[in-house]
Design a protein around this ligand. Structure first.
Ligand SMILES: Cc1cc2nc3c(=O)[nH]c(=O)nc-3n(C[C@H](O)[C@H](O)[C@H](O)COP(=O)(O)OP(=O)(O)OC[C@H]3O[C@@H](n4cnc5c(N)ncnc54)[C@H](O)[C@@H]3O)c2cc1C
Length: 385
């Protein structure tokens, strides 16, 4: 299994070597822990350090901040290979998203302070946009950041925050001007350690992605230095989010591709072994046609995803195209998981077979990172100009 199409122009030998290395690290250090992490509701902190030591998180980060200085293709590989070993619990996609916010908008001093720790895995990041009362309609966030001397005072609450129990660096989406709509939104980095007034709520119980901690976060008069604002001035947050969301959306499609490849591999092995009516399940025409359909879907998605990575590498991945990748990738993933599970029969419903977990994990891909309905809105806007 590989992310790469044979003709993908962005792929160099270094990418292939990096993919092999990432796959080995996952096989040795992640796969043996999947069950345990799903039961405990979070990934062990030690794995973040392993991933950092093995260079999985710095592929696209400049060398001066501890990375390897490559392009977005390296991050794409880290994300795809995780799915391709059958895991969607480790919250690296969010770490990658925050890294790219910092690389794009942080000052030199902020980059030096925050980026190396995220690359090495000593620190874990989260991005806190969603609130109990608002998700899709991001500009209606109620969390405020009011100036107080050299600080902001942050008040409000967030929910559904990936890495929320673990994160020590949290990009908080807050209103620095309550009356300015989207133009009043700013991104402020909060370091959680020892920060008074900041509280983590429950590690939320979910349908799937159980190894990934997802939390409520509460801010009561939390004092954050004004120098933690991302960007030169307040009110840039909405624009900054819109500029970076294409990467978050492509990351979701990459997870989808990895999980699809893994599910197909597992399903093919199962139907080749399992017998019914004196023959292999593989030999029923229905099975062969279902697998043919799914393989076609996987390859069509791969071609599109590779094209999107090439665009992400040269900075031309636009919002509508990334939305197509997220919408199409997550929908295809759900279709494939549904069909694969069916081919396992009753065993597909048993948690001891990974397909049951993959089926449950897939569902949220159509919801987070902007729901697929919002993706269609964004795509439609590019049509109706
Ligand atoms: C496991 C998980 C992890 C998450 N991680 C994070 C995270 O790390 N950080 C973070 O900030 N958020 C995170 N989220 C939140 C996620 O991004 C939101 O749940 C998502 O954006 C949808 O918002 P909502 O839940 O408020 O739904 P709502 O916005 O209330 O939507 C409800 C329904 O209405 C539909 N709808 C809304 N507006 C429109 C419209 N204009 N046109 C058509 N239909 C519409 C939606 O598509 C949906 O079907 C996570 C969520 C989950 C479940």
């Amino acid at each position: 299994m590989t992310l790469f199409t044979p003709t993908a122009s962005w792929v160099m030998d270094e990418h292939r070597m990096f993919a092999d290395a990432a796959s080995r690290v996952y096989a040795d250090e992640l796969v043996p822990n999947i069950e345990k992490w799903n039961e405990q509701g979070r990934v062990d902190r030690a794995f973040w350090k392993v991933a950092g030591d093995q260079g999985l998180m710095g592929g696209s980060v400049p060398e001066e901040y501890g990375g390897a200085g490559g392009g977005m293709g390296f991050d794409a590989i880290t994300i795809y290979e995780q799915g391709a070993v059958g895991d969607s619990g480790w919250g690296y996609s969010i770490q990658s998203i925050v890294l790219h916010y910092l690389l794009a908008y942080a000052s030199e001093e902020q980059k030096q302070r925050w980026v190396p720790g995220l690359v090495s895995g000593e620190r874990v990041a989260a991005i806190a946009m969603t609130e109990p009362g608002t998700g899709s309609d991001l500009q209606s966030v109620k969390t405020t950041a009011e100036k107080d001397g050299n600080h902001y005072r942050i008040n409000g609450s967030k929910t559904f925050i990936t890495n929320g129990q673990t994160a020590d660096l949290i990009v908080v989406v807050a209103k620095t001007d309550k009356n300015a709509g989207a133009k009043g939104v700013s991104l402020i980095v909060m370091e959680s350690e020892g920060t008074e007034g900041f509280r983590r709520g429950r590690n939320l119980k979910k349908l799937g992605m159980k190894a990934n901690d997802t939390s409520e976060l509460f801010f009561e008069d939390v004092k954050v230095p004004q120098t933690n604002l991302l960007g030169d001035e307040e009110g840039q947050g909405f624009y900054q989010l819109m500029r970076q969301l294409p990467w978050e959306r492509l990351a979701i499609a990459l997870t989808a591709q990895g999980c699809i490849d893994f599910a197909l591999k597992e399903t093919i092995a199962y139907v080749q072994e399992r017998k019914a009516f004196g023959q292999r399940v593989m030999d029923f025409q229905n099975t062969r046609f279902k697998l043919a359909e799914m393989k076609t879907k996987a390859e069509v998605l791969r071609a599109f995803v590779n094209d999107c990575i090439a665009r992400a590498e040269d900075g031309t991945l636009d919002a509508a195209t990334a939305s197509m990748a997220k919408y199409w990738g997550s929908q295809t993933q759900n279709e494939v998981m549904h069909e694969c599970l069916q081919l396992f029969g009753g065993y597909g419903f048993m948690m001891e077979y990974p397909i049951a977990r993959l089926y449950a994990d897939a569902r949220v891909q159509m919801i987070y990172g902007g729901t697929n309905e919002i993706m269609k809105e964004l795509i439609a806007r590019s049509i109706d100009v």
